[in-house]
Design a protein around this ligand. Structure first.
Ligand code: ZN
Length: 157
């Protein structure tokens, strides 16, 4: 017996984030502040089969485009994600996320004594990316290494 295809309605305008690491789409939603009252026609496909990746997640978000800050954060947890900008049902731009060599103010250092966690005069966190997939970062101030599981935890909240 053949299983029926799950057809996902195409969106008119908005963003399709494809090739998200399997089961990471909830983190991506969290980064984007979704779901929200205003976001209509939000589609989440989790753990679907993929030629390139084996398994992947897909997000379709009507009427929403992403800013650089959001893309930087997505690159941390889904390094293979592609961002497709959709206008009038057509893809007008397709781009793989790029993790910058340096990340400023995006995640917190896990070292409580780090100068970037100073309670009264905190300064913006700064990390050097030492590995992209899975993500591994080094704090510019205290040299602490942050691994992808630490990053996942931060995006859960
Ligand atoms: Zn630090």
């Amino acid at each position: 017996m053949k299983e029926p295809d799950l057809k996902i309605k195409p969106i008119k305008n908005g963003t399709v984030i494809d090739h998200i690491t399997a089961n990471k789409s909830l983190y991506v939603l969290n980064i984007l502040g979704l779901p929200s009252e205003e976001a209509k026609d939000l589609t989440v496909a989790m753990n679907v089969s993929s030629h390139e990746m084996g398994r992947k997640d897909i997000l379709k978000i009507e009427n929403r485009e992403l800013n650089t800050h959001e893309v930087d954060q997505i690159a941390l947890i889904a390094p293979d994600a592609t961002i497709n900008i959709v206008r009038d049902y057509g893809i007008v731009q397709k781009e793989k996320v790029q993790l910058n060599k340096e990340l400023t103010g995006i995640i917190k250092c896990t070292n409580p004594k780090c100068i970037s966690n100073e309670q009264f005069e905190p300064i913006q966190s700064k990390f050097t990316v030492i590995n992209k997939s899975p993500a591994e970062l080094r704090c510019k101030y205290c040299e602490r290494i942050i691994k992808s599981k630490d990053i996942d935890l931060q995006f859960q909240n």
